[in-house]
Design a protein around this ligand. Structure first.
Ligand code: ACO
Ligand code: OAA
Length: 376
């Protein structure tokens, strides 16, 4: 019997060995490694290797991956020209989506049809290497600044912070972003990953799949919620205004950004890591009000609606505390998720089948005659 689940809730769309999202328990692991131990012991580069290769790297393999990513940071001149000429007030997610699509124009390895996994694995790494440079370059150009020369001596997280500020970041800031990258790297059949897999499953090219994913991530019900959280906190302004604000939202049946999740019925396991960082960073910044407001919102939503914070709720305050402009929050999510999207695309290609679900037709069933246009 064919059943209908609105929004595909509870539907298993494919098989994957990459990330295990355990909604009832509030657990997340990549290839059998829980995120707690990965955050504690591994860099984002190690996690990228894990997702792409199915196992953690040995030291020489990690060195080779880091070298490979760091040597692939230059963007094609045509993409740089686009980033310089893009409207200064464009959404960085729109710019990223367009620039990633453009990368495909300059990469002869990107073809349609029967996959070549070795070639596709190279494209996957190029995408991981280049997406942060695209985001940073646009951010610099929109301010009328030059992009600092790309460097090969900095990790993925450090290099991104260096490019947006022009200065090598502190170890603490690098570590914070690295942890955030690891926590965002992959997450089962979330909407943007699903988009990427649907696109690649037609045997379209790799860049088209990641372009689809970026377009899907930007919506406020998905990755775009992290920017919505900061806008909400700024709108509220003070701790003593939180209760009225949330009550107003509930009365109008509006969503609180960063709260709720399709799969997690308990706290998102990424949230406590980001919460801890947010507490520490806002204290150092002397601006504890952001985390105080967040804590109050989370408490009200938990107590009154049985809804919990998701990954976007505290990441927003973490990025804000690092001095990152709000409209780069979702692009940062995209940078980290590129590790997972590309791994998922490769996994799809290794055992591909076209996605083609059905629709529950609700239109007229009786066939009609076409009336002459003057009589309609
Ligand atoms: C990385 C990520 O993508 S994590 C998710 C990021 N998105 C957000 O933070 C946006 C806010 N959250 C939401 O919109 C939702 O919780 C989603 C999109 C994440 C999940 O959506 P769904 O599983 O489809 O749940 P749905 O939207 O049907 O909500 C179920 C019920 O909870 C309520 N609800 C869910 N989330 C929220 C919220 N953030 N604020 C207020 N009410 C909420 C709904 O109003 C609905 O109530 P009702 O049954 O009385 O009508
Ligand atoms: O899994 C989801 O639906 C959304 C999410 O948390 C993610 O993509 O990280």
């Amino acid at each position: 019997m064919t059943t209908y689940a609105k929004g595909l809730e509870g539907v298993i769309a494919n098989e994957s060995a990459l990330s295990n999202v355990e909604g009832a328990e509030g657990r997340l692991s990549y290839l059998g490694y829980g995120i707690d131990t990965l955050v504690e012991n591994c860099s984002f580069e190690e996690v990228t290797y894990l997702l792409h290769n199915g196992r953690l790297p040995k030291q020489d393999e990690l060195n080779a991956l880091e070298k490979r990513l760091r040597s692939d940071r230059e963007l094609p001149a045509g993409v740089i020209d686009f980033l310089k000429s893009a409207p200064k007030d464009a959404s960085p997610m729109d710019v990223l989506r367009t620039a990633v699509s453009m990368l495909g124009l300059y990469d002869k390895r990107a073809t349609i049809g029967e996959p070549n996994i070795a070639k596709d694995a190279e494209i996957a790494l190029s995408l991981v290497a280049k997406t942060p440079v695209i985001v940073a370059a646009y951010h610099r150009f929109r301010q009328g600044l030059k992009l600092p020369p790309v460097r090969e001596d900095l990790s993925e997280a450090a290099h991104f912070l260096y490019l947006i500020t022009g200065e090598a970041p502190s170890e603490a800031a690098t570590r914070t972003l690295d942890v955030a990258y690891t926590l965002h790297a992959d997450h089962g059949m979330n909407a943007s990953t699903f988009s990427a897999r649907v696109t690649i499953a037609t045997l379209s090219d790799f860049y088209s799949a990641i372009t689809s994913a970026i377009g899907t991530l930007k919506g406020p019900l998905h990755g775009g919620a992290n920017e919505g959280v900061i806008h909400m906190l700024q709108e509220i302004g003070d701790l003593d205004k939180v209760d009225d604000y949330v009550a107003g939202k509930m009365a109008r049946k509006e969503k609180i950004m960063g709260i709720g999740h399709r799969v997690y019925k308990v706290l998102d396991p990424r949230a406590p890591h980001l919460r801890k960082l947010a507490i520490q960073l806002t204290e150092e910044l002397g601006e504890p009000k952001w985390i105080q407001m967040s804590e109050r919102i989370a408490t009200i939503m938990r107590e009154q609606k049985s809804l919990n914070a998701n990954v976007d709720f505290y990441s927003a305050t973490v990025y804000y505390s690092l001095g990152i402009p709000t409209d780069l929050f979702t692009p940062i999510f995209a940078i980290a998720r590129t590790a997972g999207w590309t791994a998922q695309v490769l996994e799809q290609l290794r055992d591909n089948r076209l996605y083609r679900p059905l629709t529950l037709y609700t239109g007229p069933v009786e066939l009609k005659e076409v009336e002459p246009i003057a009589e309609r």
